[in-house]
Write a protein that binds this ligand. Structure first.
Ligand SMILES: *[C@@H]1O[C@H](CO)[C@@H](O)[C@H](O)[C@H]1NC(C)=O
Ligand SMILES: *[C@@H]1O[C@H](CO)[C@@H](O)[C@H](O)[C@H]1NC(C)=O
Ligand SMILES: *[C@@H]1O[C@H](CO)[C@@H](O)[C@H](O)[C@H]1NC(C)=O
Ligand SMILES: *[C@@H]1O[C@H](CO)[C@@H](O)[C@H](O)[C@H]1NC(C)=O
Ligand SMILES: *[C@@H]1O[C@H](CO)[C@@H](O)[C@H](O)[C@H]1NC(C)=O
Ligand SMILES: *[C@@H]1O[C@H](CO)[C@@H](O)[C@H](O)[C@H]1NC(C)=O
Length: 363
């Protein structure tokens, strides 16, 4: 059984390599390891603001229903127009100057035994030294000219903030946590989502000595017409064979959603190490973390995206085999520059102190 699992996983990983042209065993930094014609950008965007706004799900609502951490361009606002976002920005927190998109997710909180809450700090992800916390983005395309980049005004939502049970997608899960069992992102040789023990669609039950990482994958098929839909999800869909794993972009799109788009994945790194003392965990031994929605299962992790790349720069990157941060067609900006970009916090509430309730949730 164990060997069967390992064999399946290695078959799956070599497929990922063959399908995406990415050698996942090699360091995830520019240079080395690429084979085949695929493109995969991997880059960090620093935090641009932490506040209770959600222009997708709660447009114009101030504050929105729960706290978010937001990265990307400085056009982020309580409402965002369906026009081209890039010209509305004067800066962004992303590694590539051309990317003024906005990306956001729920935050993570620790609940102490005395009932007080504290936000778990996010840290720069592996290979993103100098980033101010934020999100790492992956855009994957199987080969040149096989995906259509998002159009100006496009936005989407994935996951479900209300979910409190497993989607039972098994190896095809679209959101999951990695429990790093040793410092410096240590403890697992597997690519995101493929560790049979340490990757779970629920928040880890055990203390994670190296922190917790969250990954969220968006669908890879689009209806080709709508920039949005009432639940911000129906205009995109999974391939016929079901949801794609990270960097597996081989599926056939259904006729309702025939246009293949780049696979977008978010990756978030939480430094839980200050909260690993079991004496301060719940007395029943359950884990003490919860999302800013009040969700202590973790099944309700979700992600929001508003496209804001300059002109056709994302299409160009996908069609020219750009790999990780190696992309001569795009302009890099060092952390010390991108970290200067900020959006003023207009909601103004306690984000980082100890608090007696999670803002907006009734928890
Ligand atoms: C970056 O990509 C270019 C073009 O694909 C390639 O020629 C070059 O060797 C790559 N550089 C590194 C450091 O990998
Ligand atoms: C956000 O929207 C408000 C109200 O429409 C507007 O006054 C403000 O300039 C906008 N901020 C940004 C950064 O676009
Ligand atoms: C609750 O516990 C935390 C962690 O032990 C502590 O830092 C905080 O001050 C406590 N808050 C209250 C109100 O006692
Ligand atoms: C992709 O499309 C561009 C523009 O049509 C073309 O110049 C290029 O040769 C194509 N690349 C491949 C690998 O088909
Ligand atoms: C969006 O709404 C459709 C019904 O129109 C539903 O089938 C689907 O599950 C919803 N998706 C999400 C992510 O809420
Ligand atoms: C992609 O290919 C792999 C390996 O052949 C397969 O297991 C997986 O189901 C495919 N993905 C989709 C979405 O069809």
């Amino acid at each position: 059984m164990i060997w069967a699992t390992i064999l399946t996983l290695s078959a799956l990983m070599s497929n990922a390599v063959a399908q995406s042209g990415v050698d996942l065993d090699k360091p995830m930094l520019g240079g080395g390891g690429r084979i085949g014609p695929g493109a995969m950008l991997r880059f960090g965007c620093s935090q641009v603001v932490i506040e209770r706004l959600d222009p997708l799900v709660n447009p114009a609502m101030k504050p929105s229903t729960h706290m978010h951490q937001v990265v990307g361009g400085n056009a982020f606002n309580a409402s965002m127009p369906y026009s081209d976002i890039f010209p509305l920005t004067t800066c962004n927190t992303c590694h590539f100057l051309e990317d003024s998109s906005n990306y956001w997710t729920a935050n993570l909180y620790f609940k102490a035994r005395n009932g007080s809450y504290k936000r778990v700090p996010q840290i720069a992800n592996q290979f993103n030294d100098g980033d101010n916390a934020g999100i790492t983005l992956y855009y994957t395309s199987g080969a040149a000219n096989v995906t259509t980049a998002f159009k100006p005004g496009f936005r989407m939502y994935t996951g479900d903030a209300m979910r409190r049970t497993s989607e039972n997608l098994g190896a095809q899960m679209q959101q999951y946590y990695r429990c790093f069992t040793s410092p410096n992102f240590g403890g697992s040789p597997y690519p995101p989502g493929a560790d049979p023990k340490l990757d779970t669609d629920y928040l880890p039950n055990q203390a994670c000595a190296g922190g917790i990482r969250s990954n969220i994958i968006f669908p890879i098929c689009w209806d080709g017409k709508n920039l949005d839909s009432p639940n911000h999800s129906d205009h995109v869909a999974h391939p016929i064979g079901g949801p794609s794993l990270f960097s597996q972009v081989n599926g056939t799109c259904p006729t309702t959603h025939p246009v293949k788009i780049p696979q977008l994945m978010f990756e978030i790194m939480w430094d839980t190490t200050a909260f690993n003392n079991k004496d301060d965990w719940p007395e029943d031994g359950s884990q003490p973390f919860l999302l800013s929605t009040g969700d202590s299962t973790g099944y309700g992790q979700h992600a929001d995206y508003v496209f804001g790349w300059k002109d056709s720069s994302l299409q160009t990157a996908m069609d020219n085999g750009c790999y990780l941060r190696n992309c001569t067609q795009l302009t890099e900006q060092p952390p010390k520059i991108k970290n200067l970009c900020q959006v003023p916090d207009t909601v103004r509430e306690n984000v980082d102190g100890w608090m007696t309730a999670l803002p907006g949730t009734g928890v």
